[in-house]
Design a protein around this ligand. Structure first.
Ligand SMILES: Nc1ncnc2c1ncn2[C@@H]1O[C@H](COP(=O)(O)OP(=O)(O)O)[C@@H](O)[C@H]1O
Ligand SMILES: C[C@@](O)(CCOP(=O)(O)OP(=O)(O)O)CC(=O)O
Length: 509
């Protein structure tokens, strides 16, 4: 039987951090070209593999877990028992184990006990890998004697070994656990014929929507259950559906499953369940602009930041409401302006590209220097400038949150946009051809994002991307990531042979 391979993208929350935890507000999420991959194939019956599931995470030291599957007669429905029988590191992998247990339980409910048992007759071999971008490659570049730029990153072999055990890896904030859980549960759903592979073979369509929604609901539940908390779920939603404007689901929908592990899953997780009230509005960055991320190699504690901000919001309700409302307006204006740029391109790609090429060589303060410019170019330029101004204002607003708390003290030290990040952003955004940027997600010391002009044709002087690479290479500990915005839908079914480097890993013993 051929391997089932499913991938899902990482995420960048451009705007809407903290707000997106509340269903009244939305987050602007970009799915990345960097992905997680899960490959599943039958094990070896001759080696007594029946009902044995071996999971390997090839990029890490001692990252093999072996599980034994059993069907239990639950009080309400048959349930999958997935017990760990071996682990190369001696410790478990709660996220993987729960993904297996919950997905196989759902398969038992939907396809029946016999179908699941026969699909496990030879056991399963599962390989999980994430693109190099999910982990800081700064040490790898040093080892290879390469400068910290995009060309060097492209020379690192795919799925390069990190040389460390899983808990010790330095992450870049692309949302590894959400992308991993989403690709793993969906690969299992496909392998156990709960959903057809065709549902993930092309763009999100009406006919494939239900399968995606089931994968979404299951991945959200497993991710929350494994984390022991219900986040906004923007990371899982973008792993499933791609770039979007996201409004969260009410946590109540999965609360019964979080509290009672014996409940049947299908009635709650099925796509027809109207209690799943999340909203996904498709979104994409304007044509020929490039998302560029920096790995800052530092990291912040998101749960701590979140709990401090939410406590402040509760204590200072009126102040917080005013700030949340203002921030949401700015975030939604940014999304609308970026959309308007895409519309310009659709209406008149030549004028759009002319404008893009023009601003690629100028700092934003010079964009309006050319008084000879005429419509429709002026309107297009105005939209680029509006996007620039909005990204300038949004982080300053979150900073006002930092200052707002001082009299009260509860938020002191909450570094949503630390000064180092502000300085790096200011320097980056002031270069020619940079539309704007910000601190993604919960903020902190993790990363910054930039939107960079990337016109299709040659430019008379240095490309904006190269300007940024030059600036960042002069800063210790700042390296770009290869990730761009994904040009594919969220979840994708893959062919093993077409994912460079994956076949070799899957076939290695
Ligand atoms: N590449 C991987 N292979 C296997 N399990 C993984 C991998 N990455 C993450 N996990 C599982 O997900 C858990 C949470 O991962 P973590 O990277 O801390 O999450 P996050 O991306 O949300 O910060 C890990 O403890 C591990 O159980
Ligand atoms: C605060 C948040 O709204 C956004 C956090 O975004 P990040 O991208 O910082 O997330 P992590 O991958 O968990 O570090 C919390 C949420 O929406 O769940």
């Amino acid at each position: 039987m051929a391997s089932t391979v499913v991938s899902s993208p990482g995420k960048v929350l451009l705007a809407g951090g903290y707000l997106v935890l509340d269903p009244q507000y939305s987050g602007v999420v970009v799915a990345t070209s960097s992905r997680f991959y899960t490959a599943i194939r039958p094990g070896n019956a001759a080696e007594g593999g029946s009902n044995t599931i071996r999971v390997r995470s090839a990029q890490f030291v001692d990252a093999t877990w072996v599980y034994r599957f059993k069907v239990h007669d639950g009080p309400n429905a048959p349930q999958a028992g997935v017990a760990q029988v071996a682990s190369s590191s001696g410790s478990g992998n709660k996220f993987v184990q729960l993904a297996l247990e919950k997905t196989l339980s759902l398969a038992l409910e939907i396809t029946g006990v016999q179908a699941v048992i026969s699909a496990l007759a030879s056991g399963l071999e599962i390989m999980i890998v994430g693109d190099n971008d999910f982990y800081s490659q700064q040490e790898q570049l040093q080892k290879m004697g390469l400068p910290p730029d995009l060309a060097s990153l492209a020379r690192i072999p795919p799925f390069a070994p990190t040389g460390v055990m899983l808990p010790d890896v330095s992450k870049t904030g692309l949302g590894s656990s959400a992308a991993l859980i989403t690709s793993l549960v969906t690969a299992l759903l496909v392998h156990f014929t709960v959903v057809p592979p065709s549902a993930f073979a092309g763009p999100v369509s009406q006919s494939s929507r239900q399968a995606r929604e089931l994968a979404h609901n299951l991945a959200q539940f497993v991710h929350c259950f494994a984390q022991g908390k219900v986040g906004s779920g923007f990371d899982v939603a973008s792993a499933v559906f791609g770039s979007q404007i996201y409004k969260r689901f009410s946590p109540e929908v999965i609360q019964p499953l979080m509290e009672d592990a014996t409940l049947p899953l299908a009635p709650i997780l099925r796509p027809e369940n109207v209690a799943w009230n999340y909203r996904v509005e498709p979104f994409c960055l304007p044509p020929h602009t490039r998302l560029l991320l920096a790995d800052i190699h530092a990291g912040s504690n998101t749960p701590l930041l979140v709990s401090q901000v939410l406590r402040w919001r509760k204590e200072k309700a009126a102040e917080a409401h005013a700030l949340w409302t203002a921030l949401d307006q700015l975030n939604m204006s940014l999304a609308a302006t970026l959309r308007r740029l895409t519309e310009f391109y659709s209406a008149d790609s030549q004028e759009y590209l002319k404008t893009l090429k023009y601003i690629s060589s100028l700092q934003s303060v010079q964009w309006f220097a050319n008084t000879m410019m005429e419509q429709p170019q002026i309107s297009c330029l105005e939209a680029f400038y509006e996007a620039h101004l909005l990204t300038e204002v949004i982080p300053r607003f979150s900073m006002s949150l930092k200052h707002a708390q001082h009299p009260m003290g509860t938020l002191s030290g909450v570094e949503i946009e630390p000064e180092q990040q502000t300085r790096l952003l200011d320097e980056s955004v002031s270069l020619a051809g940079i539309i704007g940027g910000g601190v993604p997600g919960a903020g902190g010391f993790d990363a910054i994002w930039l939107l960079v002009c990337d016109p299709p044709e040659d430019l008379p002087d240095m490309r904006p991307l190269s300007r940024i690479e030059r600036l960042w290479s002069s800063k210790a500990g700042v390296t770009p990531l290869l990730a761009e915005e994904s040009d594919r839908p969220g979840l994708c079914i893959e062919s093993l042979a077409e994912v460079p480097g994956l076949k070799e890993l899957v076939n290695a013993v």
